[in-house]
Ligand binder design. Structure first.
Ligand code: MN
Length: 458
């Protein structure tokens, strides 16, 4: 079975590569589970049997590093973005099956407190949250599905409070609400890593992210019809909640610890009423800790792929992009390029800001700079950038509302052209280099017998 076929295959793969820690049974769902998961963030995924006495296990940290994502995609790390872009451009329609594992166990009524081990992560979170649920909805006009992840606060035994940002799910809901109708949705928990990644694709409206998941798998994704609606959900998912977002109902939601490492504020938000719960036998509940590597990388990789494609359409000189982890995988973009025209890097900066409103800072560097190493990027800014000549500043632009330094999403864009000017004297920017540094054979060079005993050889 390919490593990313479903969640269980992925856990087997992580375990085989010493990337999975199994925690003692019975860990507390309030803070204790998140504390352990966060301590091991990026090193190992965490599996929690019988958390809080529940039958259903919890798992977190499924995509702790880029190398793990490359494994799931079956490509070297350097090809992650091209592979993702190729899948997004060539979606594969899903294949419907019956008798799906996701529906092995059916609960006619939903009681989240009893049926699911939903953890509480951060100190000031309003309570337990379903944080890794893929919310699936259909365009009421076209019938095409959409997949996105929303934070879901457990507000009542059969009720979730959800944050809908102004994107596709929200567009569908507004249409339904205008007719005074609820929007049928499913919340899918515990899917394979490629479907998780596909859910974050920056795809146009009416591009079903489950078809991008199929393309990433190289085979149509198997789906099953929900029991209470026409929605199709991944057939091998661990857990599926079926329900409706209610029209003209809003209720308090938040605060909740988000990817920028701050709390999303409490406000009146949409309400999702749950009608049915289905799950696999021995189901596994996936939770994403706000701001953990998994959270940042799930946002970063599909955005990088989209931004790279977007920039390359106008600027063939752009070679690679990277959303830095310190920039929370969303706000700070490094661009590597080979400028051919004076001023071209500034156009690239402007182009990047048009690619996604979340971008706040764009740093453009030359081909010789490793954009996966923040120290290299800082060095390029330090030695190739002059603020009076190379800075781009755009005031009062649309930014991320979750960035606490904005005025409710209104903020400034900052661009750094850290490329060497094309008319610079060639000798001035020659990078120093020690010949042989990369190729020297250390096994040959070092005195293994002496080790660190320098006195023996003095
Ligand atoms: Mn979409």
């Amino acid at each position: 079975m390919p490593p990313a076929a479903d969640l269980r295959a992925w856990l087997d793969h992580l375990a085989a590569h010493d990337r999975l820690a199994v925690v003692r049974p019975g860990v507390g769902l309030r803070h204790e589970l998140a504390a352990i998961a966060k301590r091991l963030d990026g090193e190992r995924a965490t599996f929690f049997p019988r958390p809080g006495g529940h039958d259903i296990a919890v798992v977190s940290g499924l995509l702790g590093a880029r190398a793990w994502i490359a494994d799931a995609m079956g490509v070297p790390e350097a090809q992650i973005l091209d592979r993702f872009a190729e899948a997004a451009a060539n979606p594969l329609p899903w294949a419907e099956i019956t008798d799906a594992p996701a529906q092995q166990v059916v609960h006619e009524t939903v009681d989240l407190y009893k049926q699911l081990p939903v953890p509480t992560h951060n100190e000031l979170d309003s309570g337990a949250y379903v944080s890794a649920g893929l919310l699936i909805a259909r365009n009421p006009r076209t019938g095409v599905q959409n997949v996105s992840i929303h934070r879901c606060q457990v507000s009542a035994p059969d009720e979730l409070g959800i944050l809908l940002l102004p994107r596709h799910t929200n567009a569908f809901f507004e249409e339904a609400e205008q007719r005074d109708e609820p929007l049928e949705v499913a919340v899918v928990i515990g899917v394979d890593p490629l479907t998780l990644l596909a859910s974050q694709a920056i795809a146009p409206l009416d591009h079903d992210e489950l078809e991008i998941a199929g393309a990433l798998h190289g085979a149509p994704l198997e789906v099953v019809r929900c029991l209470t609606s026409q929605l199709r959900v991944p057939a091998h998912a661990e857990i599926v909640l079926e329900g409706r977002i209610l029209p003209r109902v809003r209720a308090p939601e938040g605060p909740f610890g988000e990817f920028p490492q701050y709390y999303g504020e409490r406000a009146d938000r949409h309400v999702l009423k749950l009608d049915r719960l289905t799950h696999r036998r021995d189901a596994i509940f996936h939770t994403i800790i706000g701001g953990a590597n998994e959270h940042l990388l799930l946002g970063a990789i599909p955005r990088e792929a989209t931004l790279l494609g977007h920039l390359r359409r106008s600027f063939p000189s752009v070679l690679d992009v990277h959303l830095s982890m310190g920039g929370v995988g969303r706000y700070v973009l490094y661009v590597r390029m080979r400028p051919r025209q004076p001023g071209e890097a500034k156009n690239v900066i402007a182009g990047a800001f048009a690619g996604h409103y979340d971008l706040k800072t764009v740093i453009v560097v030359d081909e010789d700079v490793d954009i996966h190493d923040p120290r290299e990027v800082e060095w390029a800014v330090t030695t190739r950038f002059q603020a009076d000549r190379d800075l781009v500043l755009i005031a009062n632009a649309q930014c991320s509302k979750l960035d606490p330094s904005t005025r409710d999403g209104l903020g400034a864009k900052l661009g750094f052209d850290a490329t060497v000017p094309l008319d610079a004297p060639p000798a001035r920017f020659v990078r120093i280099r020690v010949p042989g540094q990369d190729s020297v054979d250390l096994d040959q060079a070092l005195d293994a017998q002496a080790g660190s005993n320098w006195r023996a050889r003095a």
